[in-house]
Write a protein that binds this ligand. Structure first.
Ligand SMILES: Cc1ncc(COP(=O)(O)O)c(C=O)c1O
Length: 408
């Protein structure tokens, strides 16, 4: 049974007061809060078996190696990852995308094009632009709809026989829209079976059942810190056949088979892409976050977050001085709400909300292309997670009304 007050007790930070008020944390799309079990796992590593991995024959190193390696299985189980794929640990979603972009350079010729969308986070735009230093190619951007979803027809239209890469977000960090990536990928493959497809899953994992095998993407990326995990851990899931061919972005220890003065042969995947000492402690702690989510049940989380979305939408749509961007329906979306208040800059909204103990994001959300399309410089963004409550939404809505009064 889903009991939000029991769940909240598992997150130590939710007891905090901000400016004398109970913390209302509505900045979950930036990073989520951490459950006690994850914090304990982190401390346990440092207190009980801190050692470097893959290198030592001693007990501590073996224990650490085993725990670290097991997290790959936890992720495979969590996201339904078939044997066709390998899991690579990086430092964040951004690094995961950069690894794929760099690894694809050799495929690109002057005739090639890469298809992105106007919906993307800068992390899924800038790495592809950096490639232009090394190769000439065309970049095409598919539009998004008024509801904030990838315009599927426009995207598929932009794919042709010269498309080498299509890189799209699963969930928009500005609109909260959940794109139907399974359909999108099927349509792309019908048109060009050779295009490499990347799904930026930064906002997806932990909110609904993500099934990598079913969506049949070539690569999938996300960050642990947006999924109740620690900062400093990213995940890259990729088809083994592609990863085996790709040149690693970084070289160094742990990723080699042999090194001579002239040459290096790389270790097998996943190690080829994990140069240097990885973030052992945080990877291991992420295991606890995933198991915590599984113990609650992603389906329960989905249902509850949908209720939060519905409630928040009703309240927001009732405010006549507020512009809400994106979909007004609670279906096929997460509780991520970007809005502006008439006559008040979003930074002022964020600053005053902080006086009420409420944390939100303000600015362009690392989506300047979306801001240009919406013809705004910035938005206020409230993003909720399953430990938030209807009561918090009421306090938030009243605070918005107070802000409007202040600026009258
Ligand atoms: C959709 C999307 N992609 C990529 C990122 C980048 O994630 P990170 O900063 O953890 O690399 C974010 C972070 O906000 C995001 O929302």
């Amino acid at each position: 049974m889903f009991n939000v007050s029991d769940i909240r007790k598992q997150f130590p930070i939710l007891k905090r007061k901000i400016n004398g008020k109970n913390l209302i944390y509505f900045d979950n799309a930036a990073t989520t809060q951490k459950p006690r079990v994850m914090i304990d796992a982190l401390v346990e590593y440092y207190e009980n078996y801190n050692a470097n991995i893959h290198r030592g024959v001693h007990t501590l190193s073996q224990e650490a190696t085993e725990k670290y390696e097991n997290v790959r299985n936890t992720i495979k189980n969590f996201l339904h990852v078939s044997e066709e794929y390998e899991i690579i640990f990086t430092k964040n979603d951004t690094e995961s995308i950069n690894i794929v972009a760099y690894g694809c350079i050799e495929l690109i010729t002057e005739e090639s094009n890469i298809v992105l969308t106007d919906l993307e986070h800068h992390s899924n735009i800038v790495p592809w632009q950096i490639l232009r230093k090394y190769r000439k190619f065309e970049t095409r951007y598919a539009k998004f709809t008024n509801e904030g979803y990838i315009d599927i027809d426009d995207l598929v239209d932009k794919v042709d026989q010269n498309t080498k890469i299509v890189s799209i977000s699963y969930v928009s960090n500005t609109f909260g829209s959940i794109n139907d990536v399974e359909t999108i990928i099927r349509k792309i493959r019908q048109k060009n079976p050779d295009a490499i497809i990347i799904v930026d899953g930064a906002q997806a994992c932990g909110h609904f059942d993500v099934n990598i095998t079913q969506i049949n993407t070539d690569f999938f990326t996300f960050s642990a810190h947006k999924c109740l995990g620690p900062t400093g851990v990213g995940i890259l899931i990729g088809k083994k056949t592609l990863l085996q061919e790709m040149t690693p972005l970084m070289g160094g220890g742990d990723m080699i088979k042999t090194v001579t003065r002239e040459n290096t042969t790389y270790a097998d995947i996943p190690y080829k892409f994990e140069a240097g000492t990885p973030n052992i402690a945080d990877v291991i702690a992420f295991d606890a976050s995933i198991k915590f989510i599984q113990s609650i049940g992603v389906e329960n989380i989905k249902v509850y977050e949908e209720e939060l979305t519905k409630y928040m939408l009703e309240k927001l749509l009732d405010i006549n001085f507020l512009t809400l961007y994106g979909s007004k329906s609670h279906k096929k979306r997460l509780p991520i709400f970007s809005f502006n208040i008439e006559g008040v800059h979003s930074h002022d909204v964020g600053t005053i909300l902080d006086d009420f103990g409420i944390a939100i994001r303000t600015g362009h959300n690392c989506t300047q292309i979306i801001m240009n399309e919406l013809k705004v410089n910035s938005v206020a963004r409230a993003s909720l997670c399953f430990y938030n409550t209807m009561e918090e939404i009421d306090i938030f809505i009243n605070a918005l009304k107070e802000i409007k009064k202040i600026f009258r």
